[in-house]
Design a protein around this ligand. Structure first.
Ligand code: IPE
Ligand code: IPE
Ligand code: MG
Ligand code: MG
Length: 334
């Protein structure tokens, strides 16, 4: 193998993980220490979610993007990686309350164990703790980014609530995914750039790169909601339609569907369960009407854009790892 082809090859998930393994251990420790509250419930809820798994995609993005820059502050990158996992955890807790979810990360959801009230307050506490940690870096630009991000994500949940139970226009779906998922991915890369002491232009480009990753990530999440199994996914499948959420695989399938097929979907949307129309029937419609294919192709358009953006950065182990993330996202099974 020539040197160039060796350098340009993409990394496996394990190689990516190895690159950030030590730092991720520090992030875990930071998360654990920083999620201790004087009320036991908060500490226990944070520990419950930390222990039940999770891919740590967002901290990995902060760490890898910061590693692109020789002038980085390693301590700041670990702190900011913990900040994004705290924010992510808070959004999952709130999301599960809103969605009335019973399972998360293969375990009982927070609301299933502690109830809605305690869960909402614990989520609030974790958000604020994320800001406390960020505040220590004394950087207004950073705080501005995190506050705008959090508002955008909350607006995403509100938009989702407004769209529940009805057919959604493609532009509404894109806006929703932008707010609820891509904005956090984008912020992760920007935080990595900030910890790396990158230029504003580099921060902007990395933000754009990760925004595309986030769009693809949510599209795959929406596909997996149809195609995965609960054991692999760690959360029930078929949940989106049961919760009244029309996602792209279904929206695209309906474009090609017969009126009987459209009626079947409307039926579940109305019933909010699969008692009259089984999930297998919906899956068959989504698959045979090429909804899965369309959503996958759309995800691949976002990852292609991400690939172009990351290719503009100088070659390094971190840059190669980041080049592998788009493929990793579209190929993931959970
Ligand atoms: C779940 O995110 C919420 C979405 C944006 C789809 P992840 O799939 O990254 O959840 P964990 O952290 O790995 O559990
Ligand atoms: C993810 O939306 C948005 C969040 C910011 C939590 P989903 O509702 O699709 O997430 P899951 O499927 O419950 O993880
Ligand atoms: Mg949910
Ligand atoms: Mg989902």
């Amino acid at each position: 193998m020539s040197i160039t082809s060796h350098l340009s090859r993409t990394l496996t998930a394990k190689e990516i993980f190895d690159l950030v393994h030590q730092d991720l251990l520090r992030v875990e420790e930071e998360f654990r220490l920083e999620s201790v509250a004087s009320e036991d419930a908060v500490t226990k809820i944070a520990a419950h979610l930390q222990q039940s798994g999770g891919k740590r995609m967002r901290p990995t993005l902060v760490l890898l993007t910061s590693k692109l820059f020789p002038g980085r502050n390693p301590a700041a990158s670990v702190q900011l990686a913990a900040v994004v996992e705290l924010i992510h955890t808070a959004t999952l807790i709130h999301d599960d309350v809103i969605d009335e979810a019973e399972t998360r990360r293969g375990d009982a959801s927070t609301n299933a164990i502690w109830g809605n009230q305690t869960s909402v307050l614990a989520g609030d506490w974790l958000y604020m703790q994320a800001f406390q940690i960020a505040l220590r870096l004394r950087d207004f630009h950073l705080l501005d980014l995190l506050i705008s991000l959090t508002q955008k994500m909350v607006e995403g949940e509100l938009l989702q609530a407004r769209l529940i139970g009805r057919m959604v226009e493609p532009h509404e779906y894109v806006e929703l995914v932008d707010r609820k998922t891509a904005s956090l991915f984008s912020a992760c890369a920007r935080l990595g750039a900030i910890a790396g002491n990158a230029t504003e232009e580099e921060e902007r480009r990395l933000g754009h790169f990760a925004w595309n990753l986030g769009m693809a990530f949510q599209l795959i999440d929406d596909i997996l909601d149809f195609t995965a199994t609960e054991e692999v996914l760690g959360k029930p499948v078929g949940s989106d339609l049961r919760e009244g959420k029309m996602t792209l695989p279904l929206l695209a399938a309906l474009e090609n569907a017969t009126s009987a097929e459209r009626d079947a979907v409307s039926q579940v949307l109305e019933d909010r369960d699969y008692s009259r129309v089984p999930f297998a029937r919906i899956l068959e419609i989504v698959d045979s009407r090429e909804g899965i294919l369309h959503a996958r192709q759309t995800a691949e358009r976002y990852t292609a854009e991400a690939n172009l953006l990351i290719a503009q950065f100088p070659e390094s182990p971190a840059q190669r790892a980041l080049q592998s993330i788009p493929d990793f996202i579209v190929q993931r099974e959970f």
